[in-house]
Design a protein around this ligand. Structure first.
Ligand SMILES: *[C@@H]1O[C@H](CO)[C@@H](O)[C@H](O)[C@H]1NC(C)=O
Ligand SMILES: *[C@@H]1O[C@H](CO)[C@@H](O)[C@H](O)[C@H]1NC(C)=O
Ligand SMILES: *[C@@H]1O[C@H](CO)[C@@H](O)[C@H](O)[C@H]1NC(C)=O
Ligand SMILES: *[C@@H]1O[C@H](CO)[C@@H](O)[C@H](O)[C@H]1NC(C)=O
Length: 481
């Protein structure tokens, strides 16, 4: 839901970037994906899932920096369907990112060919359906962008590379969940957590070697903590940023986020638990997978490794420890070409406060009291053809307005190459994830309570990480540039 809201913000930022010429040497990769329903039983109960080419989760997209993707998606569902390529910056074709407002959903029994480029990107990402609660039924998968062979990465080549899609899962169908929300109720508590669509996956590795684990939160609403019994994790990459390589016992991963870690198999040869457990929930759901040493002499045993205390400050401290590696070789996300974001003065500040009002009997989410409604005409077409009455500029205030919650197709204008400071204020009691679609940003500050001018004193203006999705903890403000 935040995704739909945020498309408004990026619409005008990205809207005027022109088509640039695709370089001849960049590879073209072609895919044909067919989306169907199929019966899956990830929690032991048969239920309707959304499959891509018969698979749940969907096919893994292993791409290389600057690849051109030509992907024809054939929709065989009884509903319109739309995939989003989460974290792909879409510098050339911002309307291709598969969110309402810029992309029309693909009608049943139709196809649509996405064309996009992983321009100047590396990292661990995901794709997933962006509309109609389809993500609750599947249709998601791994999207990894590997560095080109001529570009060194800041770590030795791992002996193997695993992608883990971890997320909350509901036994209720996506249509059932939609009915729940439409009747004014909140999403129920999930039925469990899945790793790669299963209750029990196993990852086989050789003793003494080092492996990459790419961990993404593909769930709908719940943060999780991830850890491996007896093993440390070295964080190397977060949503396309090479980071200072700190060592962690466990990592909090919030909805929509991805992290990449290196794990060295430096323990006696047996099997070890991989654990993901929900964070900041009254009931803690836990799932396990297995780290299997190929020379293992014993199955998994012992108590599951304990997660951190249910402490939001612990989680914030961990988030603050994620820093950009300023000397590592990587494409910089800043279209202006500056690596020194701290020396840029943002032209203005936008403060966004979330709320969860009931409007017209439905559970809605609102930003500065405006709950976004999708227009039938894509916003970019309305803009291009000067069709008035489709969206309203400035209908959403740039600071929390204190007005009554209402519906609007609101668009916040900004200028090409403008630098904006955005502050998210979470007044809800639940963890929020904010995603800037088709774009990323520096997460410069985390503060408790309400934001004030003084909050700026705590900003990291040197080596903050750029990412596409960040958590905003209850009663905290998070600031971005
Ligand atoms: C895709 O749709 C077009 C019509 O828009 C149709 O001509 C074509 O056969 C379809 N392709 C596939 C693979 O279904
Ligand atoms: C940062 O990247 C450089 C260049 O690849 C690497 O040598 C260095 O170890 C990295 N620094 C940290 C603290 O991870
Ligand atoms: C839309 O309006 C602008 C400014 O008035 C004009 O330059 C442009 O040609 C119009 N576009 C179309 C497609 O009519
Ligand atoms: C947030 O602040 C409000 C008002 O001070 C308080 O009632 C609520 O418990 C706080 N929520 C959390 C999760 O700390």
């Amino acid at each position: 839901m935040t995704k739909m809201v945020l498309v408004l913000l990026i619409f005008s930022i990205l809207g005027f970037w022109s088509n640039s010429v695709v370089r001849a040497e960049d590879a073209y990769k072609y895919f044909t994906w067919t989306v169907t329903y199929g019966t899956i039983s990830p929690l032991g109960v048969p239920q309707q899932g959304i499959l891509i080419n018969g698979q749940f989760p969907g096919p893994k997209l292993d791409l290389v920096t600057n690849d051109n993707i030509i992907l024809n998606l054939i929709n065989k569902l009884d509903q319109p369907f739309l995939l989003t390529w989460n974290g792909i910056k879409q510098r050339k074709n911002s309307w291709q990112d598969g969110v309402l407002g810029t992309n029309c959903p693909i009608p049943p029994n139709s196809n649509y060919t996405y064309k996009f480029q992983t321009k100047d990107q590396i990292g661990s990402y995901t794709y997933f359906p962006s509309t109609l609660m389809h993500k609750a039924a599947g249709g998601f998968g791994v999207l990894n962008v590997y560095a080109r062979s001529v570009i060194p990465v800041p770590y030795a080549k791992p002996a193997g590379d695993f992608s883990l899609l971890v997320g909350d899962w509901y036994k209720t169908s996506h249509k059932g969940l939609q009915l729940t929300l439409d009747s004014g109720k909140s999403l129920p508590f999930p039925g469990g957590i899945l790793i790669n669509g299963q209750g029990q996956s196993s990852f086989s590795c050789d003793q003494g070697k080092t492996y990459m684990f790419r961990i993404s939160n593909i769930g709908l609403s719940t943060s999780f903590n991830f850890r491996i019994q007896g093993h440390k994790m070295k964080l190397v990459e977060v949503e396309g940023s090479n980071v200072l390589q700190n060592i962690y016992d466990s990592l909090d991963v919030h909805v929509g986020q991805s992290v990449s870690v290196l794990v060295t198999l430096d323990q006696p040869p047996k099997d070890y638990y991989i654990v993901a457990s929900t964070r900041f929930t009254k009931t803690v759901l836990t799932t396990t997978a297995v780290l299997h040493y190929t020379n293992s002499q014993a199955p998994v045993s012992g108590p599951l490794p304990a997660g951190p205390a249910d402490d939001i400050l612990w989680s914030i401290d961990q988030a603050r420890s994620y820093r950009w590696n300023l000397t590592s070789n990587a494409a910089r996300p800043n279209p202006q070409g500056s690596f020194h974001y701290g020396s840029i003065t943002p032209s203005r500040i936008i403060r966004l406060a979330n709320s969860a009002p009931i409007i017209n009997g439905k559970q809605r989410y609102a930003v500065n009291d405006v709950s976004y409604t999708n227009a039938d005409t894509p916003l970019k077409l309305a803009d291009y053809f000067n069709i008035s009455g489709i969206f309203s500029l400035n209908s959403i205030q740039t600071v929390p307005s204190g007005g009554s919650p209402h519906l609007a197709t609101s668009v916040m204008p900004s200028s090409h190459h403008e630098f904006i400071e955005i502050v998210f204020q979470n007044n809800e009691n639940t963890m929020q994830s904010w995603h800037l679609d088709g774009y990323d940003f520096w997460v410069v500050g985390f503060g408790s309570g309400q934001w004030t001018q003084d909050s700026r004193k705590g900003y990291n203006l040197v080596d903050a990480l750029t990412r596409h999705t960040t958590q905003v903890t209850p009663n905290f403000t998070f600031s971005y540039i």
